[in-house]
Design a protein around this ligand. Structure first.
Ligand code: CP3
Length: 363
């Protein structure tokens, strides 16, 4: 069991830790039998709407895996519903939006949301989880970043090429700016409300932003993400800024904000961190598919990531993206144990994390 609330929060702030903290995006979900048991009786949206169920599902991976952080069970698309979006999670299809946003009039029709009223059930789940965790494991709150949310709104669901999204971005930049502005205000309020309810760190998911060039990111996205990240940072809670396929965007994502920048497996962790600079923490970056590899190969990859992090303060171990539905639970648990064991100070008492730039024992 994770018993050290400080480890994850210290790593977010690039303070020395007893060993590298580990948690996983999508650590609650279908690969866990106890999640499937609840999902057999409730839809995803029902679980999100009932604070007791959301809290229970949030706690499942903390019990099962011994991870160093809990992440609130919710979905990035939830805040869109009170804005007037008809959202459905269709079996096997992912999210479907029945009234996509394509025109300036569609943008104008989106309702601004007061999260303390419209998303009170999520905030109540935050309070329940904090109480249950009882200071033993920190709780991460989260929201979707404006670009990723807009991509769902404009496309009407998941997308491969983001053609409709880019059509609006390039063809009607005023409508685009109005849309991202509206989303950024709601998300910023929502995240600040999560911190007030008890979330101890925040992750901003810009999962699909990697489809943009650096120029487009700077022009069409950065100011809106920056608006959110500034407001959340002002609360004092550390912020993780996450995206995938972001090799060329990393410096701009850092400029937009965040104490921790997420790295996916396409960028070697050492190269990504060197590009970002060591005055920011990093999170990542095991390939989620590596959890399907033989144990010896999985171990080699975990060691390799820790070796690249080189014992520098400010590494949070995670995947490069979320856990996949069929992932063997034993392998996920084994990764947490490996990370703790291979990075632990108790195993290398001679190593001083602050003064030693490399970690030759590992790898
Ligand atoms: O990480 C966690 O354990 C917390 C819970 C969480 C969910 N969604 C629950 C969920 C989090 C952090 C999210 C974020 C989310 N949702 C993102 C950003 C992270 C990422 O993966 O890039 C995105 C893009 C979404 C939108 C979304 N929600 C999609 C595309 C899907 C369908 C994909 C699928 O696996 O079916 C969802 C549904 C969803 N949200 C599930 C879970 C556990 C699976 C659905 C189920 O249980 O039926």
């Amino acid at each position: 069991m994770a018993m050290n609330e400080a480890r994850f929060l210290q790593a977010c702030r690039r303070q020395p830790v007893d060993c590298t903290p580990a948690w996983f995006m999508r650590q609650a979900g279908r690969y866990l039998p106890e999640y499937r048991a609840i999902r057999a009786r409730h839809s995803l949206l029902e679980i999100c709407a009932q604070p007791e169920l959301a809290a229970e599902v949030t706690l499942q991976p903390v019990r099962a895996l011994g991870v160093d952080a809990a992440i609130l069970f919710a979905d990035i698309l939830l805040p869109l519903m009170p804005m007037g979006i008809q959202l459905e999670f269709a079996a096997g299809e992912g999210p479907v939006i029945h009234n996509p946003v394509r025109t300036a009039a569609d943008v104008a029709a989106l309702r601004p949301v007061e999260p303390r009223e419209a998303l009170g059930h999520v905030l109540e789940a935050v309070r329940l989880v904090r109480r249950a965790l009882d200071g033993k494991t920190p709780l991460i709150g989260f929201a979707g970043a404006p670009f990723t949310l807009a991509s769902y709104l404009v496309e009407g669901g998941s997308s491969r090429n983001y053609v409709k999204t880019k059509q609006m971005m390039y063809g009607d930049p005023h409508a685009w700016r109005a849309l991202l502005d509206k989303l950024a205000r709601v998300v910023a309020d929502y995240l600040v409300a999560q911190v007030e309810a008890g979330a101890q760190a925040i992750q901003l998911f810009d999962s699909w932003v990697g489809c943009l060039s650096p120029d487009d990111y700077r022009r069409y996205v950065l100011p809106h993400s920056q608006f959110i990240l500034r407001q959340v940072s002002a609360t004092g809670a550390p912020v993780i800024h996450f995206g995938t396929d972001t090799a060329t965007l990393l410096p701009l994502m850092k400029e937009a904000g965040g104490d921790v920048i997420g790295l996916d497996w396409r960028t070697p962790l050492d190269q990504g961190w060197a590009r970002l600079g060591y005055n920011v923490a990093v999170q990542g970056n095991l390939d989620p598919a590596a959890l399907f590899a033989p144990r010896s190969e999985l171990e080699r990859r975990v060691r390799d990531i820790l070796h690249q992090a080189a014992g520098r303060p400010g590494h949070i171990f995670n995947l490069g993206h979320g856990l996949l539905p069929e992932t063997p639970v034993d392998n996920v648990k084994a990764v947490v144990e490996m990370v703790h064991e291979f990075s632990g100070r108790s195993r290398f008492p001679e190593r001083d994390l602050e003064s030693q730039p490399s970690m030759p024992e590992v790898g």
